[in-house]
Ligand binder design. Structure first.
Ligand code: GLU
Length: 506
């Protein structure tokens, strides 16, 4: 009996090119291989594909690492682990540092004939492509330099003629692979031609470096965006030519906006940093992103990272495009905001208030209100945040919701104080009534509620008392209720605001 071949330990990778801001969609390309590796007790590798030296920048790589760390997508092997340079079996993990490895394989392929030097000029290649298109064939390189005698190649190289290294693509055959999401994909080699592997021995290009690294790093499952489907047959051919077995492939569908168009900077925020700055929580983004093209097949929508790992499977990834619906993200974010303790939420809101120049930190959990110079403790800010704990969708919103708590005098149109058909005099009377009540009670939440509601209930329209008071205290069209706000502002400020409103009306 033949012993069953032992399944290889699962190794997945995320292989971003640090050429721009970390796109929110890119997080999914990291998340799925990560979840798959974790679920199967495998290894998740981060490989930085920075061979395009002009477009790759350290700052983009830093942003990438920061973004992944913030999201809790931790890698087992990669350029930096626990802020120390990781020396692993497959290190280095930056392609720009792997030139020697690529060179070795390029030399091997040149020696065994799987690759060859091509000296055609750009113009010649272009002319050939134009011709092929004119006769209705794929505009690919058809190998004019394929069979140059060895001596000619050596002579040209010695002369320093410009050249590239091309793959000797097998002619008239097909490459097929079983995509774990899309099923069988088959491509004719006639559509590939002899594509370029490297500009020279020290400058390998994407398909080559990616293919080499996937086998060198013993990747078992390549999970990546569908934009790479056309590259896969080429990479498979390279891997086979090198004498290795290719990994399994799974290509994730596109992510589109609700307008069914590609997410673009013009119509929405696209970079993870912007979402972070806007006050989306990492656990909410993670939960939301996981559902872009995957779902557990149940009604359950709220998933922690551990639950995602437990329930994740490639079979449940969809082929069709995923729709990025910000409203859904807002809803999930709101859910996680409500799960936070008020204390934790307040601490996360404080940086937004500081950035908006409302307060300044003066000591631990102590702040100074910029406009009034008053000192304020975190506990008091907590009360303000509490007004909106149930409604907040993202942290940045806190600024416009509670800014009125930190201002000396509110700037709002007098019209705002008016409820329905009230005259100015009626509003003044109403505000004076509220002022009287507030001045004469023992100032606490219950009393405010009780006395003001009692008074309001006497009227045919409660709004006649409550609306002008709420507008006077918040200066806003929409806000929390007047009693809640009065309690947060405190007696003195509440009375001052009522007086300021009355003055506006006179
Ligand atoms: N570096 C490629 C990119 O950022 C990804 C390559 C891959 O996943 O195979 O698009």
């Amino acid at each position: 009996m033949i012993a069953k071949k032992e399944e290889k330990r699962i190794r997945t990778r995320f292989a971003p090119s640090p050429t721009g801001h970390l796109h929110i969609g890119t997080i999914r390309t990291a998340l799925f291989p990560f979840l798959f590796a974790r679920k199967n007790k495998g290894t998740f590798i981060l490989r930085i594909e920075d061979t395009d030296l002009e477009r790759s920048k350290k700052e983009w790589e830093d942003e990438l690492l920061m973004g992944l760390n913030w999201m809790g997508i931790n890698w087992d092997e990669g350029p930096v682990v626990n802020s120390s340079n990781y020396i692993g079996e497959h290190s280095p993990y930056r392609q720009s540092e792997r030139t020697k490895i690529y060179r070795k394989y390029l030399e091997q392929m040149l020696a065994d004939g799987h690759a060859y030097y091509c000296f055609c000029s750009k113009e010649e290649v272009e002319a050939q492509k134009q011709y092929l298109m004119s006769i209705g064939e794929s505009p690919v390189y058809r190998g004019a330099c394929r069979d140059l005698p060895k001596e000619t190649v050596e002579k040209y190289l010695k002369e320093g003629r410009p050249s590239v290294i091309r793959f000797r693509t097998p002619t008239d055959t097909k490459v097929s692979f079983n995509d774990l999401i899309r099923g069988e994909i088959e491509v004719s080699t006639e559509t590939m031609g002899d594509f370029v592997l490297a500009k020279d021995l020290d400058t390998a290009l994407f398909n080559f470096t990616c293919a080499v690294d996937d086998v060198e790093m013993e990747i078992t499952h390549v999970i990546r965006g569908e934009d790479h489907i056309p590259n896969t047959p080429k990479q498979i051919l390279i891997i086979r030519a090198l004498g290795f077995e290719e990994p399994k492939y799974a290509h994730l569908s596109l992510i589109l906006g609700t307008d069914k168009k590609k997410l673009s900077k013009r119509t929405s925020k696209t970079s993870l940093i912007d979402y972070k700055d806007d006050g989306y929580l990492p656990e909410a983004i993670l939960n939301f992103i996981a559902f872009l093209g995957w779902n557990p097949g149940t009604e359950k929508e709220i998933y922690s990272l551990d639950e995602l790992i437990a329930d994740f499977s490639i079979e449940k990834i969809q082929k069709s495009a995923a729709i990025f619906n910000v409203e859904k993200l807002d809803w999930i974010n709101g859910f996680y905001i409500r799960k936070k303790s008020l204390f934790d939420l307040t601490k996360e809101c404080v940086p937004y208030l500081i950035r908006a120049n409302l307060i300044r930190e003066i000591a631990v959990e102590k702040y100074s209100i910029i406009e009034t110079g008053e000192e304020i403790h975190l506990e008091e800010i907590e009360k303000m945040v509490a007004l909106y704990h149930e409604r907040l969708k993202k942290l940045s919103e806190i600024v416009e919701l509670i800014d009125f708590c930190f201002l000396k005098e509110l700037d709002y149109p007098t019209e705002l104080l008016k409820w329905k058909e009230m005259s100015n005099q009626e509003i003044i009377d109403s505000l004076n009534k509220s002022k009287d009540i507030i001045s004469n009670i023992e100032f606490n939440k219950q009393n405010l509620e009780k006395e003001l509601m009692e008074e309001a209930n006497k009227l045919t329209n409660r709004g006649n008392l409550l609306w002008p008071l709420r507008a006077a205290l918040s200066g806003k069209k929409n806000s929390a209720g007047p009693m809640e706000i009065a309690f947060v502002l405190g007696k003195e400020k509440t009375i001052i605001r009522i007086e300021q409103a009355i003055k506006k009306l006179k």
